[in-house]
Design a protein around this ligand. Structure first.
Ligand code: NDP
Length: 303
């Protein structure tokens, strides 16, 4: 028996991409400007190649320019920083994404901090993080931004909800907590040292699981009717001898208790790329001081 509403991230991301494409068209028509996204991939990691190529294709489909830079695995930190400086100075590039992880001779923090904050479409620059915390129009990390959009689309006003974020990474957990705090949720952050995580979880109206531990969150951890977003993506052996993707939540158990839940795959994942497009569009408008183009800052309604 299943009771939870399934939150369809593919459908939601399609709505957001339509909204972004419409705004890109409006920007071009009113101002003759086309947003540009530069992606940088160092090395030949197959998973990273798939991610980057999908980001490029999505940008092109939204009517943006995309600039792909493939560098060999032995690229020096200095050479990568020189490319970032070039992209910072290029007016055709509004957003810069250096695909992480980078090879070990390169310090990722140096690369992240070298990106101009105005072009930091991954939202990882300390200035972007500071603006998220202190206020002031930051570009926000794409996965938590996508989670927030899904939550607002599902629940409407989030004021007063008890939200539990599992995981405290710079990429997901920490920005998610601040986004929900900004929405007037009462936020708890859990991590590997949290005592009695199941008990803490049972108090939450909203659970965002981002730990990278296959099916760790069990059905009896979930408060009946809670909204559960599963950020985790873990490849595990499948019964047929192949592999399959699962999340941090035991979906079969949790969907019997939750009010709404995202599947893996097809939940949070598709929203991440759509939010990268939104961030590139936002960055472009901000760089040009454009305020008369309607940006899809919440998910457009279903038609
Ligand atoms: P990190 O490895 O950077 O962080 C994991 C966090 O989970 C840490 O804070 C860690 O705690 C916590 N954690 C680990 N084990 C446990 C445990 N047993 N109990 C409680 N907390 C635990 O991961 P990311 O945030 O980068 O990613 C998390 C997951 O989300 C991964 O599966 C990743 O693949 C996926 N992901 C999916 C995206 C998407 O688009 N759908 C985008 C980004 C990530 P501590 O700090 O104490 O070590």
């Amino acid at each position: 028996m299943s009771s939870a509403k399934r939150i369809d991230g593919k459908e939601a991301s399609a709505r957001l991409k339509v909204g972004v494409a419409a705004a890109v068209a409006e920007l071009k028509q009113k101002h003759g400007i086309v947003p540009g996204l530069a992606t940088v991939l160092v090395g030949e990691d197959p998973a990273s190649q798939v991610y980057v190529s999908s980001k490029q294709k999505t940008a092109t489909a939204a009517g943006m320019n995309s600039f792909q830079h493939d560098l060999p695995a032995n690229t020096s930190e200095a050479d990568l920083l020189a490319l970032v400086a070039e992209l910072n100075a290029d007016p055709a590039v509004n957003g810069i994404l250096v695909q992480l992880p980078v090879p070990k001779q390169i310090d990722p923090f140096k690369v992240i901090t070298a990106i101009s904050p105005g072009k930091d479409v991954d939202g990882l620059h300390p200035e972007s993080v500071g603006r998220l915390v202190a206020g002031g129009g930051a570009l926000v990390s794409c996965t938590p931004l996508g989670c927030l959009m899904l939550l607002k689309d599902t629940l409407g006003d989030l004021t007063g909800k008890r939200a539990l974020i599992m995981g405290r990474s710079n990429l997901v957990g920490k920005p998610m907590a601040h986004l929900l705090l900004n929405e007037n949720c009462t936020v708890t952050m859990a991590h590997s040292r949290t005592v009695d995580l199941p008990g803490v979880c049972r108090e939450a109206d909203i659970v965002v699981a981002a730990v990278g531990q296959a099916e760790m969150v069990r059905g009896d951890w979930i408060k009946p009717g809670a909204t559960v977003l599963d950020v985790g993506i873990i490849r595990v052996p499948a019964p047929d001898g192949k592999t399959k993707l699962v999340g941090d939540v035991n979906f079969a158990e949790a969907e019997k208790v939750a009010g709404a839940i995202t599947p893996v795959p097809g939940g949070v994942g598709p929203m991440t790329i759509a939010c990268l497009m939104l961030n590139t569009l936002k960055a472009c408008c901000a760089q040009h001081g454009i305020t008369d183009v309607e940006l899809p800052l919440t998910l457009p309604p279903k038609t």
